[in-house]
Design a protein around this ligand. Structure first.
Ligand SMILES: [Zn+2]
Ligand SMILES: [Zn+2]
Length: 274
């Protein structure tokens, strides 16, 4: 069982708990390592104080050395432009935001109303065109973010369980999704199986869901289990189910961050035994 979780949010961004409270909880759960991935987004929400965030995570990394290995990361949106991400120990590259030709931006996981509004105003209500645009943006994440991990692939389906705006068998959705997935997998960046939406009761299946997870295995992709916890109670949540989903898709191992002899983060594999 994986005892490491690298996608979590604290009160520095939109999480409920302080980073130190999350570390204390992680120790209770027996985690061997954990990573904070504060949101680094384009200016559509309240920006995180990146300097203070980095300082606090570095303080905790020192304070808890020997008990748990803490990594300083960030969840960097594909359209993020401000702030320095070079000294993060790892970057989760996540596409939430799309930019319209007139410069307006919206997040596909904001609210149903926002999604409907932008779909109608800019795509004539054609969600397949919106999804195609989403995957064109997602394909740029390697060049823009230089990610160590692909965050919640397929977030464009955030509201599909309730709105059913996309038929998940329709090639107008599936083809761009699979093309982008193959391109990212061939770049050899691992994908997370993100448990956040399942944990928060927002969706039935993980990002990516069963069909895309099977495809990812076929493309030779690698996976990382992550909770996307926004409070301390959800650290490691649904990892058992995510490991089962991965095993069903044919994966034998998950990847976790370790450190090389110089202390630099490196991905290493662990058996996916449940
Ligand atoms: Zn995200
Ligand atoms: Zn997140």
């Amino acid at each position: 069982m994986v005892r490491s979780d690298f996608h979590m949010h604290s009160s520095f961004c939109d999480g409920a708990d302080s980073p130190e409270d999350m570390v204390k909880e992680a120790l209770k759960y027996g985690l061997v390592s954990m990573g904070f991935s504060g949101h680094m987004d384009p200016p559509v929400g309240v920006p995180m104080d990146i300097g203070k965030y980095k300082a606090e995570i570095r303080r905790l990394k020192e304070k808890y050395k020997g008990q748990i290995d803490i990594f300083l990361g960030g969840e960097v949106d594909c359209l993020f432009e401000g702030g320095d991400t070079d000294d993060l120990e790892y970057r989760i590259g996540s596409t939430h935001t799309l930019r319209m030709p007139d410069g307006k931006m919206f997040s596909v996981d904001d609210t149903e109303e926002v999604l409907k509004k932008f779909s109608e105003e800019y795509y004539g209500g054609d969600y397949y065109a919106l999804a195609r645009d989403y995957y064109e943006t997602e394909a740029k994440i390697i060049d823009r973010v230089h990610p160590d991990l692909i965050g919640h692939f397929d977030l464009v389906l955030r509201f599909n369980d309730s709105l059913h705006f996309i038929d998940e068998d329709d090639p107008r959705y599936l083809k761009p999704a699979l093309q982008t997935m193959e391109y990212l997998a061939k770049a050899d960046v691992p994908f997370e199986i993100n448990c956040g939406a399942v944990n928060r009761g927002r969706k039935k299946d993980f990002y990516p869901g069963k069909r895309l997870l099977n495809a990812l295995h076929g493309f030779g992709g690698r996976i990382v289990l992550s909770s996307d916890a926004h409070d301390k109670e959800h650290i490691l949540a649904s990892f058992r189910e995510a490991a089962e989903a991965a095993t069903d898709a044919g994966f034998k191992e998950a990847w976790v961050l370790k450190r090389d002899s110089g202390g630099q983060p490196v991905w290493e594999s662990e058996a996916l035994s449940c």
